[in-house]
Ligand binder design. Structure first.
Ligand code: NAP
Length: 252
């Protein structure tokens, strides 16, 4: 039997990342579950995957810290001894609602360091391992952007929306850069999805409060986003690169 393809999913202890890890494992991927702080959640997820007969390990690491990203990828290399086939750049943060005129340098630095630099560090390490020009076997990178990149998130978090906009441009540019090297790069843009991220931004009822703005009149689930990510990870999307998939109930 051929060895399972390896997927590294950043920020996979909770929310969209955790749903993606579960679905990937159920579909035969060996999954590296990256997390930053919630070791309990990452370990419980890995345990669940093992109980269901899947393959997974949990690896701590802040994607916004280059040295920790290098160690994260090295840990994946050490554990499986073969290169990864998919990277999901999912780890991301929001902050409290704030107008641009009130945003501190500390806030802006964190927002762009984790969401943008983190995605670049991880994409770079993935390309170094996947590129056929470097002896790799190709692969798929999926960036988890946001509908905010299109909407702008005025009066909530324009910084977050701008960071996701940067991820979108990286998706398009990197996709073209490595398209001839066996690597596809795509993005999903989730809309209002029911996860902990809203409480972390001080708005625990954000999905309930804003769902009337969604044409489908409801928030989405992490599993609904995971399904789109899995398609983009898999060879079923073999001719799709530099693409953007809205998972937003029609809200654009
Ligand atoms: P979530 O429930 O808050 O989970 C965030 C995950 O990211 C956790 O696993 C967390 O790890 C991890 N994380 C945070 N900072 C990290 C860092 N510096 N390094 C490594 N991991 C880190 O978030 P979510 O709603 O699932 O969001 C996932 C992605 O979807 C994000 O990129 C977000 O911007 C995007 N998105 C979400 C929505 C939505 O409505 N939920 C909409 C559009 C886009 P710990 O558990 O260890 O803290």
């Amino acid at each position: 039997m051929p060895a399972s393809p390896i997927a590294l999913i950043t920020g996979a202890s909770r929310g969209i990342g955790a749903a993606t890890a579960r679905l990937a494992a159920a579909r035969g991927w060996a999954v590296a579950v990256n997390y930053q702080q919630r070791r309990d959640a990452a370990d419980a997820l890995v345990q669940d995957i093992h109980s269901a007969g899947g393959e997974a390990i949990a690896i701590q690491g802040d994607v916004g810290d280059e040295a920790q990203v290098l160690e994260l990828f090295a840990a994946v290399d050490r554990h499986w001894g073969r290169p990864l086939s998919a990277l999901v750049n999912n780890a991301g943060v929001v902050d409290k609602p704030c107008r641009v005129e009130d945003m501190s340098a500390v806030r802006l630095e964190r927002m762009f360091r984790i969401n943008v630099l983190g995605s670049f560090y991880c994409a770079r390490e993935a390309v170094r391992r996947m590129s056929t020009l470097r002896g790799g076997a190709g692969g798929s990178i999926v960036n988890v952007s946001s509908g905010a990149a299109l909407l702008g998130a005025a009066n909530q978090y324009v910084d977050y929306a701008a960071a996701k906009g940067a991820m979108d441009v990286m998706t398009r540019g990197l996709a073209k850069e490595v398209a001839g090297e066996g690597i596809r790069v795509n993005a999903v843009r989730p809309g209002l999805i029911d996860t902990d991220i809203h409480a972390s931004g001080g708005l625990p009822h954000r999905v309930r409060d804003l769902q009337h703005l969604v044409p489908m009149q409801r928030g989405g689930t992490a599993e609904e986003v995971a399904a789109a990510i899995l398609w983009l990870m898999s060879p079923e999307s073999s001719y799709t690169t530099a693409s953007f998939t809205e998972v937003s109930g029609g809200r654009l």
